[in-house]
Structure formats: structure tokens, C-alpha cells
Design a protein around this ligand. Structure first.
Ligand code: C2E
Ligand code: CA
Ligand code: CA
Length: 697
């Protein structure tokens, strides 16, 4: 060991350590230098790493292992100066082996001092990190390649949120050039109207950025001011030095957003008029305190007829025009929405400021009533039924208010004269009762809970020819309901067709149990049809199915159709009627005399029975004119070969008069009221109803 003297202090300890262990250390180059960098000791490890032996090296300056550039930059001296100044110094860099190849050196230099404070030299430990370095280098290079190529924006931010590095995709996404990007703050890339912007800035400033691995959508602002929506993934990372930084991935989701927005728009807007739809109204008003709001539910009167007479195109144009008016004419703070085909909702948040309810109703009514000019048509005027509800303390939620307005418009529609109806406290409960009844009726029909009563139809002799099925509803709370109370409910709930099918099914099933008369014939069952019509495409199929299921022969079925519905029977309906008649089924015209059927029309149809309306029968005994009408109908029936039945026969006097003008069959309380199935079966088994007519068969 030349050039270095043993001495006290840390230097002496290090030297001793090196002397003892350094010589045998194989992994590390351990050697000492004099203050100028001349090598004084050189261990095996140093020989192994550099390929130069102790003899070759000792006495020479360590600079022989540096590259030309490092020498030019004065590195060897610089490193020693640093170590001398700070006590020790660590550095990494390329060094040159004896054979000229390079190795990556991790070098720690420790200054050695003598007890009097003079620099004695340096001890050094050098590790060959070539392999580790090239691995790192490779992965770093791969990372950089990836960083540059990936289409997703990536930014590296220091712990305060300033850009350390960015990839081209991020610069393109945000429209920055490279130099503009470096040093920019992440919060400044967030759009100013993004609510999280300032808290993001604060979070970074306080050194506590968003939780690790946080993902969120942010509105970002490009250098040119345009908005891009990014899904931001931020993850914390720590450098080898212990310094933390942030990796942020910016995924452009603007397009996805636009699409989602568009979908949302069309889910909440009516595609014909562009007005918000019912879903949008629910969304917009949910949670809104609507106390004091006025809601106007508007339903165009006779829109269906406009559609039918002018065509669907014109109907659409009309709806569009009305929507246009609502957008342009109504105050901006009002809301106009299309709730259904020809139903609009108008919401006025401050009715008092708008001149009060009456004024508002006028404005809206006028909006509908102003003439509309449709291409190729004369100007048309429409009117709307308007239901108004004002949010009071009691109806404060938007939902309640909407229901009230809906109930009020129903009321307005139902009344002939009143076009406008303002919801009162009872409006809603009435509506709700109706809605409840509708749903109960639907259930009753679906589960075959309707009951049929039967009323015999007899000959003058008292012999029972048939029985008319008359529907009843055994309501769990209201008891036995007559058709007059629930048929209107069925009609408004669009349940008449279902009800007809249910009645037909039940009647044929019931009648299959009726006793057969001694002569082999059985009484026919007479069924009322309100909605089903022989013109319906599935009419025959329905009948076939029921006949198969009940085993009841269609030859014993009479279908009672209203005179009014017969007027509208189509060509197809007529053919079906003829077909069925040939198969033995019979048709009756019910309530004859109340409709407008022309006699000529009647003759075209295969009708077997004409039932004279109860109203004429009621007055035959008092009013001569009514008796004459009845006689005329009986004559007509005879002329076209029909049976003539009188219904509602209550007195013997009526019966005699009717019989004498040529009525063949009778139905009414004089003979028997409508009765449950069991009673009818007993009656049928007992034979003719002779006592009441006073005649014998
Ligand atoms: P409708 O077809 O004219 O039925 C005759 C109605 O007159 C029945 O009333 C019957 O009970 C009643 N009636 C019978 N005899 C007399 C009498 O001597 N005097 C008086 N004042 N009335 C008498 P209901 O059962 O209340 O039926 C009323 C209407 O409801 C029926 O008039 C019919 O239009 C309809 N309807 C009844 N059942 C059904 C049905 O199953 N389906 C359909 N679609 N409508 C039905
Ligand atoms: Ca009837
Ligand atoms: Ca009738």
C-alpha cells in the first residue's frame, strides 16, 4: 500500500477494512487513491471488473478507466472534488476496461482524512452494473417507445401536478406543442366549468392528490379552447429516489359521451316534435318543489278524426306546428312537453306573474285554436280539452300535480260543454277510484270472475225458446254490480273486447249444462257483443276455439249485435255472418229502433231476430204512436223473415198488445227476471212459463 499512510479517524477504519477484506472481495472493486487520483491499492474484484492487474494499475492515475469524453469534461477530478467536499460521493456511469470494452459502474468514493485534517486520499467501491443497467435501459427504451406510440394520452406529473413528461397522444389530444406542455399544471388542462377543477388544484398543492388509482370523467380544455371529455386514470408512483410522482392516462371519451347524450336526448325527447317527453318531464320535475306551479294538461279534441280525414302526414304536421308554437310563444321559463300522441303538458312556474290561471288557460287555449296552415289543406282550427292543476300545500309534489292535471283533463273531456276543467280536491280521488275499478275489472275478466245471469225469452205460449246472458260482476266490496255501472269502465279501459270473449266463453260453457227438452231441442243462448264484430279477422277463430272447448253447438247460439254496430259491418263481416248463419248460428239486432240502420241495409244482412227496444215497449199501453212503431217493426220483421222479440215486457196488457200486433217472442219481468244459472236450469227443467201468460202451449 503505497501513498497512503495509516491514521486515525474514519479514513483509518476504512483503510483497515479495505486492507482486511477488500483484498479478498470478488464482487466489488475496492481500491484506494491518493488525493490526485493515483491508484494505491487494487483488489481482486478490481482486477476482475477492469481486466487490469494490481501491478499494471498501482501508481497510475485512475483516469485511465474513463472515456475520452469524460476526460474532456474533467470528470475524474470532479468526482474526487465532490467526495472531498461532502465526505463521500456516489455516481454512475460508463467506464472503460483494459480491453477497451465498457462497463456501467456504480461508484462510491469516500474521502480519507488524516488526524490533522489533511486529505490523505480516497477509498472507492465500484460495482459492475452493466447487466442491470442494460436491463433497465431496455425496459426504459421499451417504455419510451410505448409511451410515444400509444394512442392514449399519457402524462407524468410531479407531486404538485406539473407536467414532467407527456406523450405525443396527450399533446395532440389537448392541442399543445411539446414545449407548451412541459411545466403545465394538470388543473389548467381541466375545463374551467368543470366543478372539480379547483379542488384538483388544491389537492395537488397540498401534496394530497386524488386517491390512488382513481378514475373519473373530466371535461378538459384544449389549447384552442375546445372541450374534450376524458376518462382520467391517475396512479401514484415512486421513483427510486423516493420522490413520488403521478402517472395520468387520458382517454378521450368525447365521442362516447356524445352518443350517450344523443341516446339520452332521444329517450327523453319526442322524436316528432323534439319536445321533452313524459320521461323527461318526470326527470325534470322530480324533486322540484312545485308548490304554486300551474300544470295544464292539454288534449286535442277529435284529433283522431283529423288524422282520419286529413291523413297521418297532416296529423303529424299539425302536432309539429303546435309544438313550434309552444316553443316560440310561451315564456321561456315555462315547460312544454308532449306526453302522448295528442297530449301536451304545459308547466308554468309562476301563474300569478303570468296573469293568473284564467289568463294562462286563455293563452294556451288560443295557442291551440289559432288556425293551422297545412300543405294542401284549407286552414284548420283545433281545440284542446285542458285540465289545470295548481300546486297547493296538499298537492305539492310534481307527481301529484301531474295526476291532478291528468284527472282534470279527463273531466274536461267527459263533459260536453266544458273544455277547461280545474282540478279540485275530489278530482283525483274520483280518478283514482276509476283507475282502481278499471284494474279490478281487468283482473276479473282475466280470471273469469264475471258471472252471467240469464233471462228467458218465451213464446206467447210461455215455452222458453232461449235465454239471454246478462253479465254481472260480483265485486268483493261493492257486491253485485250491473252492467250499466261497469260497462262504461270497460269501455274507457279498452276492455270491451276481452269482456265479450269472456261472456261468450262463459255463456256457452253454462248453456252446455242446460237440460234438453223432451222434443230433443234445447234453449238457445243469446249473447250480447259490444266490441267483437263479425268483421274482426279472428272472429271465427275465437268462436271455433270456444266451441271446441265447451262442446256447445253454435246452432244454439244467438249473437245480439247493436243496430249501430251493424251499420258499420264491412264486406268481410257480411261474408262471415253469412257463413256462420249457414252453419246455424243466429244474429239478432238488439235495441232495434234506437239506431239508424236503413231497412235496405238490414235486408243485406243475415239477421234472424229483431229485438224491439225496451223504450218502445214501455209505452205501448199508453202511447198509440209507440204501438204503431212496434207494429211497423213487427211487420218489417215478418216481411224479411225475422223473428220479432219484445224486451222489457212488464205487464199483461203490454204482452197482449204486442202479441196482437205480431210480436212473436217476449222477454221481461212479466215472465221472468234475469236469474242465476242454477235457477234458470230449474226453470228450464220445469217447462213452459204458462201461469204468467195465462195460455197453454
Ligand atoms: P239489453 O241487452 O237490452 O238487456 C236487457 C236489459 O233489460 C237487462 O238489463 C235486463 O235485466 C233488463 N230487463 C229485463 N226485463 C226487463 C223488464 O221487464 N223491465 C225492465 N225495465 N228491464 C228489464 P241489464 O242486465 O242491466 O243489462 C243492461 C244492458 O247491459 C243490456 O241491455 C246490454 O246492453 C248490456 N249487457 C248486459 N249484459 C251484457 C253482456 O254480457 N255483454 C255486453 N256486451 N253487454 C251486456
Ligand atoms: Ca241484449
Ligand atoms: Ca236490448
Amino acid at each position: 500500500m503505497s501513498g497512503v499512510e495509516n491514521g486515525p479517524g474514519i479514513g483509518a477504519d476504512a483503510e483497515e477494512l479495505i486492507g482486511r477484506f477488500g483484498a479478498s472481495l470478488w464482487e466489488y472493486a475496492v481500491y484506494t487513491l491518493d488525493p490526485l487520483g493515483v491508484v494505491s491499492t487494487w483488489n481482486h474484484g478490481a482486477e476482475r471488473i477492469t481486466g487490469a492487474s494490481a501491478e499494471e494499475v498501482i501508481g497510475r492515475n485512475i483516469s485511465v478507466f474513463y472515456t475520452a469524453e469524460q476526460l474532456a469534461a474533467g470528470q475524474p477530478e470532479e468526482l474526487l472534488e465532490q467526495a472531498a467536499r461532502f465526505g463521500s460521493h456516489t455516481d454512475e456511469g460508463w467506464r472503460v476496461r483494459k480491453d477497451g470494452t465498457r462497463f456501467w459502474a456504480h461508484v462510491t468514493t469516500i474521502a480519507l482524512w488524516s488526524s490533522d485534517g489533511t486529505l490523505r486520499g480516497f477509498a472507492r467501491v465500484t460495482r459492475d452494473d452493466t447487466e442491470l443497467h442494460s436491463r433497465l435501459e431496455r425496459s426504459l427504451r421499451q417504455f419510451r417507445d410505448l409511451f410515444g406510440l400509444t394512442p392514449v394520452g399519457i402524462g407524468v406529473f410531479d407531486r404538485y401536478g406539473y407536467v414532467l413528461d407527456s406523450n405525443p397522444a396527450l399533446r395532440e389530444l389537448l392541442g399543445y406543442r411539446e414545449h407548451e406542455m412541459s411545466g403545465a399544471h394538470i388543473a389548467n388542462m381541466v375545463h374551467p366549468d368543470e366543478p372539480g377543477r379547483e379542488s384538483l388544484r388544491l389537492a395537488f398543492r397540498s401534496g394530497k392528490p386524488p386517491n390512488e388509482d382513481f378514475t373519473q370523467e373530466w371535461s378538459m380544455i384544449r389549447a384552442d379552447g375546445r372541450r374534450v371529455i376524458c376518462e382520467l386514470h391517475i396512479a401514484k408512483s415512486v421513483r427510486a429516489s423516493g420522490e413520488s410522482f403521478w402517472l395520468a392516462v387520458f382517454q378521450d371519451v368525447t365521442e362516447r359521451h356524445r352518443r350517450a347524450e344523443e341516446w339520452r336526448y332521444w329517450a327523453t325527447h319526442d322524436s316528432l316534435t323534439g319536445l321533452p317527453n313524459r320521461a323527461a318531464v318526470n326527470e325534470l320535475l322530480s324533486g322540484t318543489d312545485t308548490r304554486g306551479f300551474a300544470m295544464l294538461y292539454c288534449d286535442i279534441i277529435n284529433f283522431r278524426r283529423i288524422n282520419e280525414s286529413l291523413g297521418l302526414r297532416a296529423g303529424d304536421e299539425l302536432l309539429i306546428e303546435l309544438a313550434k308554437r309552444m316553443r316560440s310563444d310561451l315564456p321561456r321559463e315555462w315547460l312544454a312537453a308532449r306526453m302522448a300522441a295528442d297530449e301536451y303538458l304545459i308547466v308554468c312556474p309562476e301563474p300569478a306573474a303570468a296573469g293568473g290561471i284564467e289568463m294562462i288557460a286563455d293563452t294556451v287555449g288560443e295557442l291551440f285554436h289559432r288556425p293551422v296552415y297545412l300543405r294542401g289543406h284549407p286552414p284548420i282550427r283545433v281545440s284542446a280539452s285542458i285540465g289545470i292543476a295548481v300546486g297547493e300545500e296538499t298537492t305539492s309534489t310534481a307527481d301529484e300535480l301531474l295526476r291532478s292535471a291528468g284527472a282534470a283533463v279527463m273531466e274536461a273531456k267527459a263533459s260536453e260543454r266544458r273544455r277547461i276543467s280545474v282540478a279540485g280536491p275530489e278530482t283525483i280521488s274520483e280518478m283514482e277510484r276509476k283507475v282502481e275499478l278499471e284494474s279490478e275489472l281487468r283482473t276479473a275478466i282475466e280470471s273469469d270472475e264475471l258471472t252471467l245471469f240469464y233471462q228467458p225469452i218465451v213464446r206467447a205460449s210461455g215455452a222458453i225458446l232461449a235465454a239471454e246472458a246478462l253479465v254481472r260482476w260480483r265485486h268483493p266490496r261493492r257486491g253485485l254490480l250491473s252492467p250499466d255501472t261497469f260497462l262504461p269502465v270497460a269501455e274507457s279501459a279498452d276492455l270491451l273486447g276481452e269482456l265479450d270473449r269472456c261472456v261468450l266463453r262463459t255463456a256457452m260453457r253454462d248453456a252446455a249444462e242446460w237440460p234438453v227438452k223432451p222434443d230433443g231441442h234445447r234453449a238457445a243462448v243469446s249473447v250480447n257483443l259490444a266490441e267483437l264484430s263479425p268483421g274482426d279477422p279472428d272472429f271465427v277463430a275465437t268462436l271455433d276455439t270456444i266451441e271446441n272447448r265447451t262442446g256447445f253447438d253454435r246452432r244454439d247460439v244467438v249473437m245480439e249485435l247493436l243496430e249501430t254496430s251493424l251499420v258499420n259491418v264491412s264486406g268481410r263481416g257480411r261474408r262471415t255472418m253469412r257463413e256462420l248463419t249457414e252453419q246455424g248460428l243466429r244474429f239478432a239486432v238488439d235495441d232495434f229502433g234506437t239506431g239508424y240502420s236503413s231497412l235496405a241495409r238490414l235486408r243485406e244482412l243475415p239477421i234472424d231476430v229483431i229485438k224491439i227496444d225496451r223504450d218502445f215497449v214501455a209505452d205501448v199501453a199508453n202511447t198509440r204512436a209507440d204501438l204503431m212503431v212496434v207494429k211497423a217493426i213487427a211487420d218489417l220483421a215478418k216481411a224479411i223473415g225475422c223473428t220479432c222479440t219484445a224486451e222489457g215486457v212488464e205487464t199483461f196488457e203490454q204482452f197482449e198488445l204486442l202479441r196482437d200486433v205480431g210480436v212473436h217472442t217476449f222477454q221481461g219481468w212479466l215472465f221472468a227476471p234475469a236469474m242465476p244459472l242454477t235457477e234458470l236450469k230449474a226453470l228450464l227443467a220445469a217447462g213452459p212459463l204458462e201461469q204468467r201468460t195465462g195460455e197453454n202451449a
